[in-house]
Design a protein around this ligand. Sequence first.
Ligand SMILES: Nc1ncnc2c1ncn2[C@@H]1O[C@H](COP(=O)(O)OP(=O)(O)OP(=O)(O)O)[C@@H](O)[C@H]1O
Length: 600
Amino acid sequence: MTNALVNGNTGLESRFDSMNLSRSAYVPPHMRSSQRAASSPSPSPSPAPSRNGWNDSRGGAPSSRGGFSDRGRGGNSFTNNRVAGGGQGWGERSTSQNWSASPREQPKDNQMFGYGAWKDGQHVVGGRNMRMEKEIYGEADDPSKQHTGINFEKYDDIPVEATGADVPDPVTSFTSPPLDPVLLENIGYARYTIPTPVQKYSIPIVANGRDLMACAQTGSGKTGGFLFPILSASFTMGPRAIPSEPNGYGGRRRATPTALILAPTRELVSQIHDEARKFAYRSWVRPAVVYGGADISQQIRLIERGCDLLTATPGRLVDLIERGKISLANIKYLVLDEADRMLDMGFEPQIRRIVEGEDMPGVHDRQTLMFSATFPRDIQMLAKDFLKDYVFLSVGRVGSTSENITQKFEYVEDNDKRSVLLDILNSHSNESLGLTLIFVETKRMADMLSDFLIQNQWHATSIHGDRTQRERETALQTFRNGQTPIMVATAVAARGLDIPNVTHVVNYDLPSDIDDYVHRIGRTGRAGNTGVSTAFYNKNNKNIVKELVELLREANQEIPGWLEVSAHEASFGGSFRGRGRGRGRSGGRDYRTGGGGGWW
Ligand SMILES: Nc1ncnc2c1ncn2[C@@H]1O[C@H](COP(=O)(O)OP(=O)(O)OP(=O)(O)O)[C@@H](O)[C@H]1O
């Protein structure tokens, strides 16, 4: 029996039927935690005991099924009207109800807590909402939230290079100024005490109106690196005035976000949106998220309620623009997160259309930021079109891996991989109760391997592009909460995902691209925590062996003798040259400075 059958739409639905669970509308991932908070808890089916004491997602229903909730807005609609025109760039949002009248005034009983407004040219900060705070920030020791690890302060030892004209000095702490006091309070609620290096630099660079291409290792806080300066400036300056609607849109309300964040996968945009909700708390900024594979009408209803900072996958955004639901005319900040992956996934035409072919202000009338842990040549070239006079920031060498990850290599022939994997899982299960993420190359392999693990009494699930959105979210949810502490994944889970307590990443199949390896192992060892990665290597992986050995050396890892020999043979035997994408896709620095060892 394959995963596709068990977890395909029909299989899943019939399993729910047989469990006699109540059916209800699909709830998108970014709505689920609030929905849980809003609805009374429903008993979950008791899991079957297993060898590792965890529950199997396949025996349980997603706990978030149920009716639609509107993120704790208590059913109140709020108007999203702004003063049209205005000419000066920054305008005014008029709010009809539910807001406190002055920045520090607490809302009255019938007013809405947790949301602010822009009124009469002033930021009217919403009152605190304890339920919302618990939901978005978690408790101090909440295992579902990432906590900083013992090596967090060591990020400061990583060499930073910032190139470009007149690079502003970095900040050393979270202070106001330069950060808006409301943002500072939210950063405090998130329990961040000091900025990571990428944040130290990005805050003043963006505050000074500069464009930025920022490269920093996985798990080192790039999301805050773009959210903090954007939200801080937005809180202080308020929304831009909405330009008059072009002919043909009269009377139709379109969302007009101030900031747009593009990212490659649904899971990643949902995660960025959750972070945006943390830092936009009590402010006038309404974060929104759109991605493919989920009900578009529900997304339209949500963006109509408020959409100032929009996180989107490119395909769904184009769809909404075509439907006349979103205008980009107001964009002040454009962020391309994991831009290199978006190009790999073939999103370049959609991205070019969004940035150059619609109504987004031109490069001189917006600020553009690109973030990734890897910046191959083609993305630096895209930067030439999208960015102006930008600062190129690299924390560590571009494309390097974090020293917080212990990288192990095993020589394993394809036929032996399954049994070696079982051995490794057995040995690790004695050591830690952390989560294990296993990467494979194909969707079919992801299904087959997770079935194999389940047959061997391991609680496993899988995530890949052929699973439905609901299945993907369920897999992620049961992995996050430890019900299925093993997740077999394709590249869809390689980028950006920030899942606490992933202690082990296994590259069951090594990728053919060294940058993919960097992102995959980066699902562990995040925020100063330590983690382990194990890769199964054999002769089929010679195309990346030289880069692997360089990465290991640079990250002060032990290098098995046989791997060095293989790298040596590959260099001199010609089997590596001309295959894959060649030496260090991200081996360069700012291409404008001629850095990078001349590999282009
Ligand atoms: N200043 C900070 N203090 C404490 N924790 C932080 C800080 N900045 C970020 N974090 C936490 O570190 C974790 C990793 O951050 P983030 O997901 O932004 O990393 P990233 O650099 O974007 O990684 P990736 O390259 O994998 O996308 C998150 O859980 C985040 O909450």
